[in-house]
Design a protein around this ligand. Structure first.
Ligand code: UGA
Length: 439
């Protein structure tokens, strides 16, 4: 078993660290935030993720994982250091690599034995060549250090399962030595490993994420056409899904993709292409379709209602998808300001993301409208003039069509996630508008 250090305890770093400990490695997770480190030591996860806390507590008790701000002692005798810090988007669409550079410098100044540095963060193709050069330039002790690429494919909400039972592990190395270390680290997971060179590994990450983003934008594009020609996108998706070459996943039309990955990674690959004098037309199209898709539902509702001024508007779901408290690039962030601008009195429900949303839009009067956070869906729906569904939480799916009819002043529902059948809503007396299906 290996002695592993992990830099950064966000989604990528923390989940990787916990899963390495779970399969028996000795792990130290490093973060600059002392409060966060103390929280993790007491068994509390800084992120909302199924099974994460349980595995944190179990492996901490078994002394297989520890948390520290003291990077020097964590790095100095590690066999491998995994970097999982953020690479946020900059205004021009490029990835901000300053966190990676900071960690690389700390590694160079700390390590006292030969060490493999493994970059899990999503980075532009060619970055890891530079990280390796950078570390070697700043090395203090006479040791061997190489950099490998090991992109992460976990999705929020299912991060632990995605890691322990991944469909594939991609390792990108430039030497047998590095390849062997990574093969051995991942051996206990008993998963398929694809070993390629470093640049191909970096590209596999972008190409995979952008392909999924393209798939979603394509379905959204087709959904909009379905509405115009009288077809039903869910039936269309079902019919397509029987073809193995297309597959059955990621065919759900809706109000666009959000989160910390697809929006950022589509823009980053578009930027990389432009930097290389190439225009990536398909990815550009995915970005543009997504931009328009996000506000489509509220625009549709605006046409139907003329104004939101003084209306009680129920909003079900704020996060970019269920199973997370993450709001990054969520459709709600674009649509709520539009509704507030037009004087809506919003009653918002989200089982995990309401607290984060209230930091951006505090409860009470907000511009011409107002926002109130409720912990019970019924309170949002009672007497409402219109209801928007932005996230397909299980709690929202559990609301029966009859409930809208019974509780709302006017049972008018705009569903951005196609939760309900058109017929069942109509039978219950609800005026129902969704994506890519007839009203
Ligand atoms: C995504 C990828 O799925 C992961 O494989 C990848 O590792 C991760 O990015 C990353 O790069 O870190 P994530 O952003 O957590 O994971 O969430 P997804 O489940 O992929 O959903 C992204 C967005 O697409 C959500 O807003 C979701 O509602 C939307 N979506 C997804 C659709 O609109 N339709 C679909 O059919 C599927």
């Amino acid at each position: 078993m290996y002695k592993i250090a992990v830099a950064g305890t966000g989604y990528v770093g923390l989940v990787a660290g916990v899963c390495f400990a779970e399969v028996g490695h000795q792990v130290t997770c490093v973060d600059i935030d002392e409060k966060k480190v103390n929280k993790m030591k007491s068994g509390v996860s800084p992120i909302y993720e199924h099974r994460l806390e349980e595995l944190m507590q179990k492996n901490y008790a078994a002394r297989r994982i520890e948390y520290t701000t003291d990077y020097k002692s964590a790095y100095e005798d590690a066999d491998a250091i995994f970097i999982g810090v953020g690479t946020p988007e900059q205004t021009d669409g490029s990835a901000n690599l300053s966190y990676i550079a900071t960690v690389a410098r700390q590694i160079a100044e700390s390590i006292k034995k030969d060490c493999l540095v493994v970059v899990k963060s999503t980075v532009p193709v060619g970055t890891n060549d530079k990280v390796e050069q950078f570390i070697n330039d700043f090395l203090i002790h006479d040791v061997k250090v190489e950099v490998a690429s090991n992109p992460e494919f976990l999705a929020q909400g299912s991060a632990v399962i995605d890691t322990l039972y991944a469909e594939r592990i991609i390792i990108g190395t430039e030497s047998k030595w590095a390849e062997e270390i990574l093969m051995k680290i991942y051996h206990p997971f008993k998963l398929p490993i694809v070993s390629v060179n470093r640049r191909s590994a970096e590209m596999i990450k972008y190409a995979s994420n952008d392909f999924l983003a393209l798939k979603i934008s394509y379905m959204n594009d087709i959904a909009n056409l379905c509405e115009l020609v009288g077809a039903d996108i869910q039936d269309v998706a079902k019919g397509m899904s029987f073809d193995d070459r297309i597959g059955s996943k990621f065919l759900n039309a809706g109000i666009g993709f959000g989160g910390s990955c697809f929006p950022k990674d589509t823009k980053a690959l578009d930027y990389i292409a432009r930097q290389n004098g190439y225009e990536l037309k398909t990815v550009k199209a995915a970005i543009n379709v997504n931009k328009e898709q996000k506000t489509m539902l509220v625009k549709k509702a605006r046409k139907r209602l003329i104004t939101f001024n003084g209306l009680k508007v129920a909003v079900l779901g704020l996060t970019f998808k269920p199973g997370t408290d993450d709001l990054r690039e969520a459709a709600s962030l674009e649509n709520i300001p539009l509704l507030l601008e037009q004087g809506a009195d919003i009653y918002a429900y989200d089982p995990a993301g309401a607290g984060n949303f209230a930091k951006i839009h505090p409860e009470g009067k907000n511009g011409k409208g107002s926002i109130t956070y409720v912990s019970n869906i019924k309170h949002a729906l009672e007497g409402a003039n219109v209801c928007f569904i932005f996230t397909e939480w299980g709690e929202v799916k559990a609301v029966t069509p009859e409930t809208y009819e019974k509780l709302m002043r006017t049972p008018l529902v705009f569903d951005g996630r196609n939760i309900y059948g058109v017929e069942e809503m109509s039978r219950a007396g609800v005026e129902y508008h969704s994506i890519g299906r007839k009203a």
